[in-house]
Write a protein that binds this ligand. Structure first.
Ligand code: DP6
Length: 327
């Protein structure tokens, strides 16, 4: 029996678009911050007598595409390990699933670490990152603590995440809507590639944004990091919105939060907005400013305290003793 914990990550430079759907090779590299909130805890037990994988999410039996995706992932691990035994998988999520709060990232990062251990694969951090990527692209970054860069690479061996040094950053997550999103990021990525006239421009601009971002990390330039973060997110949403039929993740409340970030900056408190494939907005700031940004947002937006989550850099995916409760 192996138990692993992983946390979600939020991209400062977004991953949006695959050059290889099977291997999950992205069109461009990306960069993110792994957080210390909303952990996923997954326990996996190989069971030679079982006819099929038995998967539960927060105690409820998983069926349909969610279960198939996990079995397909475990098949990869089993093929690598040369073991056919099915598994019992129990996953506990403290992040609202499918709400654009990166639950697939923490989910597949925890599953990769637990499955590799349970099936006897001795993988280093890079190989665990490559493995997690096969479950969900962004999961390769949740294997890494704190800030991580995911190199697009050109094949399975060269597409992985690793730590990147930089200033201490924090985030405030503004939960606009905790419900499941209408279009999954997997489907929306496909539609953007197939129908958005801006898909190629997005990829070209993002490759340049990542170079600039890595340079900004190198000189610990928080202002440049923040400005690139906000701009890259809006570029992603522009490309998504131009799909047909259109997909629009940002709601009026999301846009109001981008305005709120600008207002905070005008008041002398540095914070920049970003948003994934959903309406929730995340404000990036210096780590020491997290509490002040949260308070200022509360005052300015009227969002209740439980919808403004303070987050700091968190640990990469790791094994924990089975009895250990999620942190
Ligand atoms: C908007 O990693 O969930 O959060 O690889 O198809 O599983 P799949 O997609 P996923 O997409 C994440 C998209 C994003 C941006 C990001 O995290 O970089």
């Amino acid at each position: 029996m192996s138990t692993a914990v992983a946390h979600p990550n939020i991209a400062l430079i977004k991953y949006w678009g695959k050059r290889d759907e099977d291997l999950i090779l992205p069109c461009t590299g990306s960069l993110s911050l792994t957080l210390d909130v909303f952990p996923t805890t997954t326990t996996l037990t190989a069971d030679a007598d079982a006819a099929a994988d038995a998967i539960t999410f927060d105690g409820a039996v998983a069926t349909g595409s969610a279960a198939r995706r996990i079995t397909a992932f475990l098949d990869l691990v089993r093929a690598q390990a040369g073991i056919t035994a099915r598994a019992r998988v129990d996953t506990r999520n403290s992040v609202p699933t499918g709400a654009g709060l990166a639950s697939s990232a923490s989910g597949f990062a925890a599953l990769a670490v637990a499955a590799a251990d349970a099936y006897g694969l001795a993988l280093d951090e890079r190989d665990l990152s490559r493995l997690a990527r096969r479950g969900s692209g962004s999961a390769c970054r949740s294997v890494i603590s704190g800030t991580a860069v995911w190199y697009a690479g050109t094949d399975d061996a060269t597409s992985f995440a690793e730590p990147v040094a930089g200033p201490a950053l924090g985030m405030v997550i503004a939960v606009v809507d905790a419900g499941t999103k209408a279009v999954s990021s997997r489907e929306a990525m496909r539609r953007t590639r197939d129908t958005s006239p801006y898909a190629d421009a997005w990829a070209t601009a993002t490759a340049a944004d990542l170079d600039e971002m890595l340079a900004a990390f190198g000189r610990a330039d928080v202002t440049a990091i923040g400005e690139l973060t906000e701009s890259n997110a809006l570029r992603m949403h522009a490309a998504i919105m131009a799909s047909r039929p259109p997909i629009r993740y940002l709601t009026p409340q999301s846009i109001a939060l981008f305005d709120a970030a600008a207002a905070l900056r005008a008041d002398g408190l540095d914070a920049w907005a970003t948003a994934d494939a959903g309406p929730n907005v995340v404000l990036l700031c210096r780590d020491g400013d997290v509490a002040a940004v949260r308070d200022a947002l509360r005052e300015r937006t009227g969002l209740p305290a439980d919808r403004l989550i303070a987050a700091h850099a968190g640990p990469g995916a790791r094994l924990v003793p089975a009895s250990d409760p999620a942190p």
